[in-house]
Design a protein around this ligand. Structure first.
Ligand code: PLP
Length: 376
């Protein structure tokens, strides 16, 4: 059996080697390392793939979130509602911009922000909602957009984990990251569309906002050496864009391979009383399985993790601590009883190896090891 990895970027590279190498060679020949033709080409191709008017590439997903919030003109003291159960980047940029993060609990089945909890957290200071499409599944965007319209709030999608996912809303099907006012994504190597270093992008259908953001990513310049607003320096480099062009062509295939692995995992594991396999929110959206995350009941998660380690099976616990209990983000406004779902999830979740190169032998070994342990 091939060694099992959490993510197998080498195996994936083998399949696109010629195209990636050629793209990198072209960047070298052109010596167009910054804002070269590959960056522009990738931007256009991603706009077309997503069906969105503007893609603005930048240096990483965390920058993308920050720049999106700067572009919307959010001001210190404005409240921004986001999920308690997510990667810290989301809340980090809110805090960095001196906005006030307001963390709310999530849905126990999809792990995504709970629209009912959003409603409860709205105050006159609330300016935006940041749904995170966690683990590859779009949040309940119909409900979130309705709340946003009613209360005149911006919606910033954190799409770092769900690129390529389709959302079937009342109004038709659209790609995750094209539904709210603006979205941020990451091309970190292990993401569903990852480069070979750092990268990120912002998406929007709003022309004016896109224009504002193109200036912000470039030191607030709209005309050379005229700095109209305080900006940042955040760029996708040309090598990364060349890699991303080769991978974007395969993104649907890659996501399909993840789905197939997920289906096999679920088939093998779904009937065990200690296991809850990932729930897809039915007619609402599709899942691209950035992570395949189980809930392990009856307090057995940590012992199972230890067993997997002994068996040479990598795993992840995303995320082990709720954000409202992280030192940097503790706040008197939070009350433990408002986070019952997240508080429980952090003790139950475990993510299995998930990538585009998993084979049946590996999946069988992983699922058999899990069942063996739980049946002991
Ligand atoms: C990866 C990730 C980010 C940050 O992306 P970077 O490119 O690492 O800065 C933000 N939000 C979520 C949900 C992520 O998974």
């Amino acid at each position: 059996m091939k060694k099992i990895q959490m993510v197998d970027l080498k195996g994936q590279y083998e399949g696109i080697k010629n195209e990636v190498n050629q793209g990198i060679q072209e960047v070298l020949e052109e010596t167009s390392f910054i804002n070269g033709p590959h960056v522009h080409g990738f931007q256009k191709e991603l706009e077309e793939y997503l069906g969105v008017k503007h893609v603005i590439p930048c240096a990483n997903g965390t920058d993308a979130l920050q720049i999106a919030m700067m572009g919307l003109g959010l001001k210190p003291g404005d409240e921004v509602i986001t999920a308690d159960f997510t990667f810290a980047a989301t809340v980090e940029v809110i805090a960095l911009l001196q906005l006030t993060p307001v963390l709310v609990d999530v849905d126990p089945e999809t792990f995504n922000i709970d629209p009912e909890e959003i409603k409860k957290a709205i105050t006159p200071k609330t300016k935006a909602i940041v749904p995170v499409h966690l683990f590859g599944q779009t949040a309940d965007m119909d409900a979130i957009m309705e709340i946003a319209r009613e209360h005149d709030l911006y919606v910033i999608e954190d799409n770092a984990q769900a690129i390529g996912s389709n959302y079937h809303s009342k109004n038709g099907t659209s790609k995750a990251g094209t539904i709210g006012d603006i979205a941020a994504t990451s091309f970190f190597p292990s993401k569903n569309l990852g480069c070979y270093g750092d990268g990120g992008a912002i998406f929007t259908n709003n022309d004016e906002l896109a224009h504002t953001i193109r200036g912000i990513v470039n030191h607030g310049m709209y005309e050379r050496y005229h700095h109209d607003v305080v900006g940042v320096n955040s760029r996708l480099d040309s090598f990364q864009a060349a890699v991303l062009r080769a991978k974007l062509k395969n993104l649907d295939l890659y996501n399909e391979a993840r789905k197939e692995a997920a289906i096999k995992y679920t088939k093998a594991l779904q009937d065990h009383e200690d296991i809850i396999t990932p729930v897809r929110s039915g007619d609402c959206d599709t899942h691209v399985y950035h992570q395949y995350t189980l809930k392990i009941k009856n307090g057995k998660r940590d012992a199972l993790a230890k067993h997997l380690q002994e068996k040479g099976i990598p795993f992840g616990v995303y995320y082990p601590i709720p954000l409202h209990r992280q030192k940097a983000y503790v706040d008197d406004r939070y009350n433990e009883k408002d986070f019952t779902v997240t508080n429980k999830l952090v003790e139950e979740v475990i993510s299995l190896p998930m990538h585009t190169e998993l084979d049946d032998e590996q999946i069988d070994y992983i699922t058999a090891s899990i069942l063996d342990f739980l049946n002991k």
